[in-house]
Design a binder for this molecule. Structure first.
Ligand code: 13P
Length: 341
């Protein structure tokens, strides 16, 4: 492992004014997104959609530091035969790859999940590196509900995240470590805070035990936020203040950067939260975005599967990427939302 090079890539991923596009929806998830816009999820449509994003030259070159791809996409070619991964590289953005293989029910823990995909991971990482991937992602899922999460679920998921991260670094690939505490329940922000604190502490303990170099990774956490079904929704300021406090308590300063998931927040909420955190300032790590839904909902709607809508889809994507890029520097304001180019 060359730690200096891993650190260079990790720092580039969290460059202020840029963030990560999570375009790594599995076949099942992208089908759900396409169903919502009445587009059939064929290999060609998935290619056309992602080609539209990667050919958004302004967004990709100015605001997107890296793109997380799904296995199908990393091997796919654009309509003119250029590998999609080349479009990303040509824009000056870094290609990454989702390497987990989804979740399975965790035995003895009703309602809880463990992320799988460690088998043959070293071999797969080698192939992805040769193809051009310089970072990877693995997502663990922790749900909040009555009696959950269990310590068992937190422990096994943290262990798997650290196993994955160590294998990535051995393959000269920067691991994005993503322990996601879901915001689907009716819990309040303080319960989210407590659970996320336990999850992050366990995750960093495992990373230390398994000798993962913190300078060569990026953390992708949820924010401290109210559950979607909670009657009392925390304000933007409260989310920002509690998330920063939580991360300061749990994330060592050796970690170069933190790139949040959006997790079901609306586009503007995700932007406003990131912006408010960066306004707090004096943080030991860079704070940016690694959004899936909060970057793609608008372009998906504008495109709706029609070739004549590609320019509109690209405009919508560029706008959201720019808004979040400004938020990564604490320079976003709600008034800017109206000025869609
Ligand atoms: P969302 O921003 O839609 O939560 O997706 C980010 C991601 O990569 C989840 O693994």
């Amino acid at each position: 492992m060359n730690l200096a090079d891993l650190n260079k890539v990790a720092l580039a991923m969290v460059t202020p004014g840029k963030g990560i596009l999570a375009a790594d929806e599995s076949s099942g998830t992208i089908k759900k997104r396409f169903d919502a816009i009445n587009v059939e999820s064929t290999e060609e449509n998935r290619r056309d959609y992602r080609e539209m994003l990667f050919r958004s030259t302004e967004a990709m070159s100015k605001y997107v530091s890296g793109v997380i791809l799904y296995d199908e996409t990393i091997w796919q070619n654009a309509k003119d035969g250029t590998p999609l991964i080349k479009l990303i590289e040509q824009a000056g953005s870094i290609p990454g790859i989702k390497v987990d293989e989804g979740t399975q029910a965790l035995p003895q823990c009703p309602g809880e999940l463990v992320t799988v995909g460690l088998d043959k991971l070293a071999e797969r990482l080698k192939k992805y590196y040769e193809r051009g991937a310089r970072f990877a992602k693995w997502r663990a899922v922790i749900d909040i509900g009555t009696g959950i999460p269990s310590m068992t679920a937190i422990n096994v998921n943290a262990h798997a995240l650290a196993r994955y991260a160590a294998l990535c670094q051995a393959a000269q690939i920067v691991p994005i470590v993503e322990p996601e505490v879901l915001m689907d329940g009716d819990h309040d922000i303080d319960r989210c805070y407590d659970v996320t604190q336990r999850v992050l502490n366990k995750t960093f303990q495992e990373l230390r035990v398994q000798r993962v170099e913190l300078e060569g990774m990026v953390l992708k956490p949820n924010m401290a936020i109210s559950g979607k079904k909670c009657p009392k929704q925390a304000s933007v300021e409260e989310v920002a203040e509690k998330t920063v406090r939580l991360l300061k308590a749990c994330v060592p300063a050796a970690v170069p950067g933190i790139a949040f998931l959006s997790g079901g927040q609306s586009d503007e909420e995700a932007t406003a939260h990131l912006n408010a955190m960066n306004r707090i300032g004096s943080l030991p790590w860079k704070l940016t975005f690694s959004y899936g839904r909060a970057l793609q909902a608008a372009p998906q709607k504008a495109w709706s599967g029609k070739a004549e809508n590609v320019a509109a889809g690209q405009r919508a994507f560029t706008h959201r990427a720019r808004m979040n890029a400004l938020a990564s520097k604490g320079e976003w304001e709600t008034g800017l939302e109206k000025k869609v180019a």
